[in-house]
Ligand binder design. Structure first.
Ligand code: PTJ
Length: 245
């Protein structure tokens, strides 16, 4: 039990969630290492959502709202940290949720499927019973995609993704949005919209943005997307990382 008075309470709470998920058997072996890398970047931005991240989130939500088939791709880490919040965002923007694992095993897929169902999201894609296709005909586990989900999606949100998988998804011609605390990662660099923020802050904020943007004129959303320059925004994101005492 972590005392609320602990100065690193929020951060320890997230570690606790990760450890619990690891014990439940649905995290990749390297999930805690990935989490640690994220923590380090979060520390350097003061564990706060930055202005460039907010700008990217507005554009990301606009893109998802204008899409015909938006999908949120979830892996072990994203599920451990933000399962309920992801469900809320998906419901708010009318997106599908698909399990898409870098280190895919049937056992992990089974546990994550049950988890989303138990949290009230029944139509989870990428489960063991789903109709699976291979993106760009690459016959490896990393290229698997649900026929009605990622395979036919026009916009995909891929939080905490490995660069290799992100590349496969990007090459398949879809609009890629990422949430990644590392603005230098391959995933951040190759995505169309990169949100440098912690998933636990970003997803609930995006749900709030969705409630606002849903009432706005579609032309305005299109202009927001048109005016956005991801490379420029990533540069600004990088400038938020400062080593101060
Ligand atoms: O569940 P699987 O099999 O799909 O595997 C998931 C991991 C995350 C282990 C796998 O995709 C992987 O190895 O990813 P990488 O290459 O370590 O990339 C993860 C990225 O997420 C890194 O750039 C981290 O900085 C970033 N990250 C970690 N925690 C957070 C984060 N970004 C946002 N919020 C976080 N909480």
């Amino acid at each position: 039990m972590i005392p609320k008075s602990h100065p690193r309470y929020e951060s320890l709470l997230l570690r606790d969630k990760m450890v619990k998920a690891s014990k439940e058997g649905y995290l990749a072996d390297s999930a805690l290492i990935a989490h640690g890398r994220g923590e380090a970047f979060d520390y350097l931005i003061g564990e706060k959502t930055t202005y460039p991240a907010k700008r990217a989130m507005y554009v990301a939500v606009a893109a998802m709202l204008l899409s015909d088939n938006p999908v949120i791709s979830v892996n072990g880490n994203a599920t451990a940290l933000a399962c309920d919040e992801i469900i809320e965002l998906a419901n708010s923007i009318g997106a599908k949720i698909e399990i898409n694992l870098f280190y895919r095993t049937d056992e992990r897929v089974k546990i994550i499927t049950e988890l989303y169902k138990n949290h009230g999201f029944d139509n989870i894609l990428g489960s063991l019973d789903d109709d699976i296709e291979y993106l760009q005909d690459i016959k490896n586990q990393r290229a698997t995609a649900s026929k009605t989900g990622i395979y036919s999606a026009d916009t995909i949100l891929i939080p905490l993704e490995d660069g290799d998988r992100a590349e496969i998804l990007k090459k398949s011609g879809k609009r890629i949005i990422t949430i990644d605390l590392n603005p230098l990662s391959r995933t951040s660099k190759m995505s169309n919209i990169s949100i440098m923020d912690n998933i636990v802050r970003a997803i609930p904020f995006m749900t709030k943005i969705a409630e606002d943007l849903k009432t706005q004129d579609k032309q305005m959303l299109k202009e927001m997307i048109y005016d956005f320059d991801n490379e420029e925004n990533l540069k600004e994101s990088l400038e938020q990382i400062r080593i101060k005492e």
